[in-house]
Design a protein around this ligand. Structure first.
Ligand SMILES: [Zn+2]
Length: 486
C-alpha cells in the first residue's frame, strides 16, 4: 500500500553477514545485517519513536489493535518474532514498522478505516515489511551505493538542538518510503496474512481507496487555496491509481483463506473507535478558528483571519493566502540566563540582526528585529521575535515569498507575536479535542444536514464523506452506522 509508510531509520553500525535466504520470499538477498543486529536496531529505534510520539491513552483500544495484529503475525512467515502493535496519538494518517517486530498505527489513520478487515490490511502490510526484512535490505542497498539519508535542511541557522533531532526522525519517516517493489511485496505478504486470518483480502484495496481519496481531496484543497499539497504519508504519489498488479495480488491471496466466509467486522471496528480523538490533541495543541491553544504549554496565539494554520510535530506554520508569506513558530529551551536579544544572536546565530528592539508582550519578556537568512528560495529578510515563557523561548520567524515584500506582511507578523499570551482559565475549556461518535443512520440521514451541525471547520461535507469511505459522492443513508465528529 503505497501510502502507508515505513520508517527507515538513522542507523547504527551493523555486522557484515553477506547473502541470506529471505524468510518471506525465499530468495537470496544481499543483506549486510544479521538478524540479531536487525532486532537490536528495531529495539533502539522504538525508543526514539516513543520519544517523539505519544502513545494513545486508551488501553482497551490498544488491546483491540494488538489482538488483531497478533492473529495476523501468528499466520506470518516470521511467527517466531514477538510483535508489538502500538496506537500513536497523532492526527497524521500513517502506519509504519521497525525491524524486529515493532508496528505503529496512528489514531489519525484509524479514524478513516471502516472495518476490522481494513485494520488487518494495514497491520498485515506492515508485518510484510518486517517478514521480508525491507528495512535491512534497503539499508544494505543504501550502504552499497553510498547514498546517505538526506535530511530536510533546517530552516533557521544555528537551530540544531531538540527541534532538529526531531526533524531527523520525522524527516526520514515522512520523506522516504521503501520504494515501489518493496511496497508491492509488503502488499502481497500482507494480503496473504489477511486471508490466512480469514479477513477479506479485498480490504487491501479498500484501504488504498481510503488513502487515495484523501490525496485527491488534499490536492483539490491545496489548488483552491493556492498552496503546496501536504501529504505526510508521501508514498501515495509514487503509485498509479488503478494498480493491476495489486489487484492480481489480492485476487491471488484469497486462496489462502481456510474458511469460505471471510470477515469484515465493520460494526466491531466502529464500536472500538467510538469516542476516538479526532484532529488536534490537547498534547499537541488545538486550533480553533484563528486561535491556537496549547493546554500543557499553557499558551495561546491568535493568527490573522484568512491565514492557514498547520500544526507540525516540531513547529506551527501559518501561511498567508496563496502562500505569499509564512510565519513559523518554534520552541526551544533557554539554558543560560541570557536576554531574548542575546538568545537571538547566540543561539539562533542572527549576526546581522537590525532594527531590533526589546518588547513586553502580555507581561512576557521579548525581543524583535529583522535578520537576513537563507531559505529554500534564496536569501530573505525575516522578522524574528523571541518571547520568553517558563524557561522556554518561543521563536517566531516571518518571511515573504517575494523577497521585497516583508514590509507588506510585517504588521501581520507583529500582530501575531503580540497576541502571544498565557492561557486564561476559561480558554482552557476551548482547548478540548474533537471526538468521533458512531451513530445509526436512517433513510433521511444525509451529509448536508450532518455537515450543518458539525463542529468541523471548513469542508464539513467532504470530511464526513472521507471519514465514512463515501467520498466524493456517496450518501450517508447508504451505511447503517456512520462516523460523525463532535
Ligand atoms: Zn509500506
Amino acid at each position: 500500500m503505497k501510502n502507508i509508510f515505513c520508517l527507515i531509520l538513522s542507523l547504527i553500525l551493523i555486522n557484515l553477514s553477506g547473502c541470506a535466504v529471505n524468510p518471506a520470499t525465499g530468495d537470496q538477498d544481499l543483506v549486510l545485517m544479521s538478524e540479531q543486529s536487525e532486532i537490536a536496531l528495531g529495539r533502539k529505534t522504538n525508543k526514539e519513536v516513543l520519544q517523539h510520539y505519544i502513545v494513545y491513552d486508551n488501553p482497551e483500544l490498544q488491546a483491540y489493535v494488538n489482538g488483531v495484529g497478533q492473529a495476523l503475525a501468528e499466520n506470518s512467515h516470521r511467527n517466531n518474532l514477538i510483535y508489538r502493535f502500538t496506537v500513536l496519538d497523532s492526527k497524521d494518517v500513517n502506519a509504519f514498522a521497525l525491524p524486529g517486530g515493532y508496528i505503529y498505527i496512528t489514531r489519525g489513520l484509524m479514524a478513516y478505516l471502516n472495518s476490522e478487515a481494513e485494520l488487518a490490511a494495514v497491520l498485515g502490510h506492515e508485518i510484510g515489511h518486517i517478514t521480508a526484512r525491507h528495512s535491512v535490505r534497503q539499508y544494505s542497498a543504501t550502504q552499497l551505493t553510498g547514498i546517505g539519508t538526506v535530511l530536510a535542511s533546517i530552516f533557521i541557522p544555528g537551530m540544531n538542538q531538540a527541534s532538529s533531532q526531531l526533524m531527523q526522525v520525522m524527516g526520514t519517516a515522512f520523506i522516504r518510503g521503501y520504494g515501489r517493489e518493496h511496497e508491492l511485496e509488503a502488499d502481497k505478504l500482507g494480503a496473504e496474512y489477511v486471508a490466512r486470518t480469514n479477513y477479506d483480502a479485498e480490504s487491501m484495496l479498500d484501504v488504498i481507496r481510503v488513502l487515495k481519496n484523501q490525496e485527491t481531496f488534499e490536492t483539490q484543497r491545496a489548488n483552491s487555496e493556492g498552496r503546496e499539497t501536504r501529504i505526510y504519508h508521501g508514498l501515495f504519489s509514487t503509485h498509479p491509481d488503478h494498480d493491476t498488479r495489486l489487484q492480481e495480488i489480492v485476487a491471488y491471496a484469497s486462496k489462502y483463506q481456510s474458511q469460505p466466509d471471510s470477515r469484515k467486522g465493520e460494526a466491531e471496528y466502529l464500536n472500538q473507535i467510538d469516542g476516538l480523538i479526532f484532529g488536534d490533541s490537547p498534547q499537541q495543541g488545538i486550533t480553533r478558528g484563528n486561535n491556537f491553544y496549547h493546554e500543557s504549554l499553557g499558551i495561546g496565539i491568535t493568527f490573522p483571519g484568512n491565514w492557514n494554520v498547520t500544526n507540525l510535530p516540531n513547529k506551527l506554520v501559518i501561511t498567508a493566502p496563496q502562500g505569499a508569506a509564512t510565519q513559523q513558530i518554534l520552541l526551544d529551551d533557554i539554558n543560560k540566563k541570557i536576554s531574548p536579544k542575546a538568545f537571538m544572536i547566540q543561539r539562533l546565530g542572527l549576526k546581522n540582526l537590525r532594527n531590533d528592539q526589546p518588547l513586553t508582550i502580555n507581561g512576557l519578556d521579548a525581543h524583535t528585529g529583522i535578520a537576513t537568512i537563507n531559505t529554500g528560495e534564496g536569501k530573505r529578510s525575516a522578522r524574528f521575535t523571541v518571547i520568553y515563557f517558563n524557561h522556554q523561548a518561543y521563536i517566531l520567524v516571518g518571511v515573504s515569498k517575494d523577497p521585497g515584500a516583508l514590509s507588506h506582511y510585517d504588521a501581520a507578523f507583529m500582530e501575531t507575536a503580540r497576541s502571544f499570551h498565557q492561557l486564561a482559565g476559561d480558554e482552557r475549556l476551548l482547548a478540548k479535542p474533537l471526538r468521533l461518535e458512531i451513530i445509526e443512520s436512517t433513510e433521511d440521514t444525509n451529509f448536508k444536514s450532518l455537515a450543518s451541525q458539525s463542529p468541523l471547520e471548513q469542508y464539513q461535507e467532504e470530511k464526513l464523506r472521507l471519514l465514512n469511505g463515501l467520498y466524493p459522492t456517496g450518501e450517508a443513508n447508504s451505511k447503517p452506522l456512520l462516523k460523525i465528529v463532535n
